[in-house]
Structures are given as structure tokens and as C-alpha cells.
Ligand binder design. Structure first.
Ligand SMILES: [Zn+2]
Length: 474
């Protein structure tokens, strides 16, 4: 059987960081007492009239610009009708055939569209602890109902779970830089559905897809997609058909359960929302959105490459916004280390923080910049620099002071280092013989000896040069 290729598209729901809801004046908020942020509009009471939130449209335009989408001069809200307890109105107000933004691209992934809609309420399954009339109960919190959402739909450009999770990181960083959303996955302000199908590698046709619903962490997304790819492969290899359906991934058990067979668009009986005028985008609105655009991750990547930073470092510093912002501040401190050295030290710091924002650590950008400069100038060796960084991470402070306190200044120059090298050669006469005979392999023994004597404060290259000159090897 031909090798199977996964084809993955994502639908990302982004809660917009507006003060008020999409179609009413209720404040948006997370963690307030249930059903305190509601009004007749977001509770779907008869006669209540919606008004579109201008700030949500502004954020939608910023997202479209950041993704390089075509912005519709006129877009229309539709009613998407379905019955579910978390939907007070009996329909969601969304955009259907005239979305705010069409097309676009972010990194290697093509964007299909971006549209605005309102969020459903939150259904809490109280289970047997909340039994009503003898049945397990679910209760509804309408605080979230009506929160503005931007739904970003990609083309099926992704080919692996890994790639999907990585790209989502780029999207999340982009949205955070834009300031349009908290992008907090635990609180549900960024939720992701994945459409997954398999086809013979190299084929242009699309297989039957399934939809994985509502994943809210990068790890679950990667595991969920992998589990679904494995499930579909198993079916296809056994000669069975993949059914079009919506699935839920349970991260605890790693299992997939079917929620429902997939609806078609006509099941929702879309029709234009009669209570809302079409959204007409003016030049003033476009100009305001353009003015509000900050430097985006891929632009930062370009800028860093222009500074001579390696591709690997540029990606790390751009796709992880907080780490990149820290680097920019360290660079602005202008302590004298070249950008690549500073990028390496920033990566070194990020590696010690286990995902924590470097800006929230005890190490200041200026301290890191001055450490990088001290290493660059040879005042401190690379190894001793790492020791200094360990102490800065634990206690903060000034690297020069740490170097003084812990006596970590580099041992250098022939005066200081030559006697130590000489002693190392004397202590290892057999190694010295081999080196003299032209076999340089055991030189590590001598370098190691010197490093031990100097507690890592000597420069390896300088030690090697001194060994050669001591032995008359030129
Ligand atoms: Zn309301």
C-alpha cells in the first residue's frame, strides 16, 4: 500500500480582548460569579436588539492585515441556527458567505478566511453532585455567551501534528503581539479544532476528514492529531472507510470518542441577521488598524536575520515573543556583545527557565547583556559565564559583582597560564611525549587538567596554543 500522507487544516477560535461583548454592552470577563455578566441581548430575550462591537471589528481588521488577508469592504452577519443549551438565542451570530477577511498566509500555512462571531455560553457538567430530578445535571454560565470571537480558518496546508502545533505557536505569538487577545489557552481564549484526513502520499485528492474539537493546549493538539492519524491509518489499512464525524480527544486516556456525525452547512439554515446592518469598512477604519500594527514575529525574524543572527536563533527569538522581547531589550542595553552572542546567551537563559517569561525572571536584560560582553571580551570564559548565569537566575544581581564575589575572572595571558600548563605537562609525562611526537589526540587530558586547576576560568584555545609553544610545536 502506498504511504499515507496526513492533510491537516485548523480552525482557531480567538476570544478578542474587547471591554464589552460582541453585540451588547455587557463586560467580558473570566472568573466572575456565574450569570452576572448578562443582559437581554446576550440572554436572547425576545425583542432585544444586537449592535456590532466596533472594537471587535477593528481587531478583526488587524488580524486580517497581519495575516495578509484580503479585507472585505462589506461583510455580513448571518444567523447560524442550531439548538443547544449553551446557545440562548437558538442561533449563533456568525459570518457565512461574506466574511470580514479572505485568504492570506502566515509562515508556510495558507489562510482560508477570518470571520467574526459571538461565543456560546459555558456548560458545566455538574454530574451526580448536581442531580436534578434524579438525573445528572449540567448548569449554564452565560457570562461567556456573546464574547467576541475571531475564527481563523486555514487551508489544509499542514502535514503533521508537530507542524500543526509549531505553527499554532507562531499564530499565538502573532496574536499576542497584535494585542487583540489574551491567547490564554487554559482560560479558553484560544481554542483549536483540527480537520484531519489521510491520502496516498503525492495525491492531490482529499480523503474523508474528521474534525477534532476544542483542544486547548499545544501538547493535547499534538497528541490528539497524532492519535487521530493513527486511528485513520488503522482503518484504511484494514480496508475500512473513514466516516465523516466530529471527535473529542481525551488527553487523560488518549482516546477519541465520536461526538456526532458532521453537520453540513445547510443543516444550520444560515440566513442574514435581520437585526444587524452589513459591516462597511471605511478608509478611516483601515488606517486606524494599520497604525495599530506592531512588529510581527515574522518581521522580527527578518530584522534579526538582517543583524546577522543565525536562522535558528532568529526563529527562537521571533516565535517565542517574550524571549524575543527580552533579547531586544538586552540588545538595546548596548553593552558591546554582538547580536549572535547575545542571542546565544538569551537562549541559554530561556533554557534554564522552563518556559517561564525571561522578562519575569531575576535576570535583567542589562545584566545578560553585560555578561555576554564580559565573555566576548575574554574577561570570563564561556564555562564560567554559565556559572555566573546560574547565580543570576537564582538570585539576580550584577554579573561583574558575581564574578568578583566568586573569583571567576578568566585566568589568561602567558604569565598566569603558562606555569599552570607547564605543571600539567609535568604531571602527565606520557601525554607530553605523545604530543611531542605529533599525536595531538590526548591534548584533552592537559586542557582538562588546566581547567580543573583554574576552575574553568581558562580559555581552551589559549591553553592549546600554550601547550604547543611549551613543547616547541610552533
Ligand atoms: Zn449582554
Amino acid at each position: 500500500m502506498a504511504e499515507l500522507e496526513p492533510v491537516i487544516g485548523l480552525e482557531i477560535h480567538v476570544q478578542l480582548r474587547t471591554q464589552t461583548k460582541m453585540f451588547c454592552g455587557c463586560p467580558t470577563g473570566f472568573g466572575e460569579p456565574p450569570n452576572t455578566l448578562t443582559c437581554p441581548v446576550c440572554l436572547g430575550l425576545p425583542g432585544a436588539l444586537p449592535v456590532a462591537n466596533a472594537e471587535a471589528i477593528h481587531y478583526g481588521l488587524m488580524i486580517g492585515m497581519a495575516l495578509g488577508s484580503e479585507l472585505a469592504p462589506r461583510s455580513v452577519f448571518h444567523r447560524k441556527n442550531y439548538f443547544y443549551p449553551d446557545l440562548a438565542k437558538g442561533y449563533q451570530i456568525s459570518q457565512y458567505d461574506q466574511p470580514l477577511c479572505r485568504g492570506g498566509q502566515l509562515g508556510e500555512v495558507e489562510i482560508h478566511r477570518v470571520h467574526l462571531e459571538d461565543d456560546a455560553a459555558k456548560l458545566n457538567h455538574a454530574g451526580s453532585s448536581g442531580r436534578i430530578h434524579g438525573a445528572d445535571a449540567s448548569v449554564v454560565d452565560f457570562n461567556r455567551g456573546g464574547t467576541p470571537l475571531a475564527e481563523i480558518v486555514t487551508e489544509p496546508s499542514l502535514r503533521s501534528a508537530r507542524q500543526a502545533a509549531e505553527w499554532l505557536r507562531l499564530l499565538r505569538t502573532t496574536l499576542r503581539q497584535l494585542g487583540v487577545s489574551d491567547v490564554n489557552m487554559e482560560e479558553g481564549s484560544l481554542r483549536c479544532d483540527a480537520n484531519i484526513s489521510l491520502r496516498p502520499a503525492g495525491s492531490d485528492e482529499l480523503g474523508t476528514k474528521t474534525e477534532l474539537k476544542n483542544m486547548n493546549s499545544f501538547r493535547f493538539i499534538e497528541r490528539g492529531i497524532d492519535a487521530e492519524i493513527a486511528r485513520q491509518s488503522g482503518l484504511i489499512e484494514a480496508g475500512e472507510a473513514v466516516a465523516q464525524e466530529t471527535l473529542h480527544f481525551d488527553p487523560r486516556s488518549g482516546s477519541l470518542t465520536s461526538l456526532r456525525s458532521k453537520e453540513e452547512a445547510h443543516d444550520y439554515r444560515y440566513f442574514p441577521e435581520p437585526d444587524l446592518a452589513p459591516v462597511v469598512i471605511t478608509n478611516a477604519m483601515l488606517e486606524r488598524a494599520r497604525q495599530a500594527l506592531p512588529e510581527l514575529p515574522l518581521e522580527r525574524e527578518e530584522r534579526l536575520l538582517g543583524l546577522g543572527v543565525s536562522a535558528e536563533s532568529a526563529r527562537l527569538l521571533s516565535w517565542h515573543g517574550e524571549t524575543g522581547a527580552f533579547f531586544d531589550e538586552a540588545l538595546a542595553a548596548d553593552a558591546g556583545a554582538p547580536p549572535q552572542a547575545l542571542a546565544n546567551w538569551t537562549a541559554e537563559l530561556a533554557g534554564r527557565l522552563d518556559g517561564e517569561d525571561p522578562g519575569a525572571s531575576k535576570v535583567t536584560p542589562a545584566a545578560l547583556a553585560s555578561l555576554a560582553a564580559m565573555v566576548e571580551e575574554g574577561k570570563v570564559t564561556q564555562g564560567a559565564g554559565r556559572q555566573v548565569l546560574d547565580r543570576l537566575v537564582a538570585e539576580g544581581g550584577d554579573p561583574a559583582q558575581v564574578v568578583a564575589d566568586e573569583d571567576l575572572e578568566a585566568v589568561g595571558g602567558a604569565d598566569e597560564l603558562a606555569p599552570i600548563v607547564r605543571a600539567a605537562l609535568e604531571a602527565n609525562p606520557d601525554v607530553a611525549e605523545k604530543l611531542k611526537g605529533g599525536d595531538m589526540k590526548p591534548i584533552g587530558v592537559i586542557v582538562g587538567h588546566v581547567m580543573k586547576e583554574t576552575r574553568g576560568r581558562a580559555d581552551g584555545g589559549e591553553v592549546t596554543a600554550l601547550v604547543r609553544s611549551e613543547l616547541g610545536l610552533g
